[in-house]
Design a protein around this ligand. Structure first.
Ligand SMILES: Nc1ncnc2c1ncn2[C@@H]1O[C@H](COP(=O)(O)OP(=O)(O)O)[C@@H](O)[C@H]1O
Ligand SMILES: N[C@@H](CCC(=O)OP(=O)(O)O)C(=O)O
Length: 271
């Protein structure tokens, strides 16, 4: 079933599992496709905000560490290195399409405090007005909410962060790109017979019970945090789609309301 809504402002979130390969090296193919499709959508008149994970994963590889660090201060240092490299690559890739990107790093306090969140909103508005594509991540080097506990807290993981950003910016649509086609009725890694759910109208306890944790060492929250994001988005009147980041071109169909991945509907509440 297609949706008849039209979208103007989009928030697109990509997870570490989409930006890196199993070996830990960058997935330049996905990153290139992402930059091309988002640039094209911007050219078509959409306003685009990118929420990108990957700082710790990319930093782990850049520092030639054997594994993702477990000690908090090392994770925070790794994120600082990886964030820098990630922005350098985005800057280069988007520049190929004559687009400018901006970095916004957030903590839970930034979105909770009324004055800070107003400043944030103003900054997003100004950047979008200028035709810039903001690239958002959690400020991992100062915030330990997620990387320390692995749980969603005030701001938490980037799935939740992307829904908070979508609400803050008054976006119409949030797209979460993952390493899987969408929400299944069980984790396909452990249940190969699992079926894709195409549309979600309400987040029932049964549905939440279907969502498991991260699939690989590169992912963090799995489907559980994506459903937390859906709850925030739906409540704010923002539609949300989970789709496979291996096919970024699907975004063209997604913004046309076509049936791709799992779509979480939301009654439109903001102007
Ligand atoms: N019900 C489910 N449907 C789909 N995927 C699920 C489900 N439960 C758990 N998962 C896992 O969630 C993973 C995606 O989340 P995650 O590993 O955190 O990646 P990302 O980096 O995209 O956030 C999938 O690879 C899958 O193994
Ligand atoms: N902020 C962290 C990632 C947090 C996160 O939620 O990661 P992911 O599950 O890959 O979307 C980073 O940039 O490494």
């Amino acid at each position: 079933m297609e949706t008849s809504r039209t979208y103007r402002r989009l928030v697109v979130k990509v997870g570490t599992s989409t930006l890196t390969r199993e070996t830990g090296s960058l997935n330049l193919q996905n990153m290139e496709h992402l930059a091309r499709v988002l640039s094209d959508l911007e050219g078509m008149g959409y306003q685009v905000v990118l929420v990108s994970s990957g700082a710790i994963g990319i930093g782990t590889r850049k520092l030639r560490l054997d594994a993702r660090p477990t000690e908090l201060r090392m994770k925070q240092a790794t994120a600082a290195v990886g964030q820098c490299m990630m922005m350098h690559i985005y800057d280069k890739l988007f520049a190929e399409y004559n687009r400018t990107v901006a970095q916004i790093l957030l903590t839970g306090e930034d979105v909770d405090a009324p004055i800070r969140s107003q400043h944030l909103r103003n900054t997003f508005e100004a950047l979008l007005e200028l035709g810039v594509i903001p690239v958002v991540n959690e400020n991992d080097s100062v915030s330990s909410a997620e990387i320390e506990t692995g749980q969603c807290k005030v701001l938490g993981d980037n799935d939740t962060l992307s829904a908070i950003v979508a609400r803050l910016c008054g976006a119409d649509l949030l797209v979460l790109f993952s390493d899987i086609d969408g929400l299944y009725d069980a984790d396909p890694r452990t249940h190969p017979e699992a079926k894709l759910i195409h549309r979600v109208e309400a987040l029932t306890p049964e549905l939440r019970a279907m969502a498991g944790g991260a699939g690989t060492w590169r992912g963090t929250g799995g489907m559980a945090t994506k459903l937390n994001a859906a709850a925030i988005a739906m409540e704010a009147g923002v539609e949300m789609v989970i789709a496979n980041g291996a096919r970024m071109e699907a975004l063209y169909d997604i913004v046309e309301g076509k049936d791709v991945g799992t779509r979480f509907s939301a009654p439109k509440t903001h102007a």
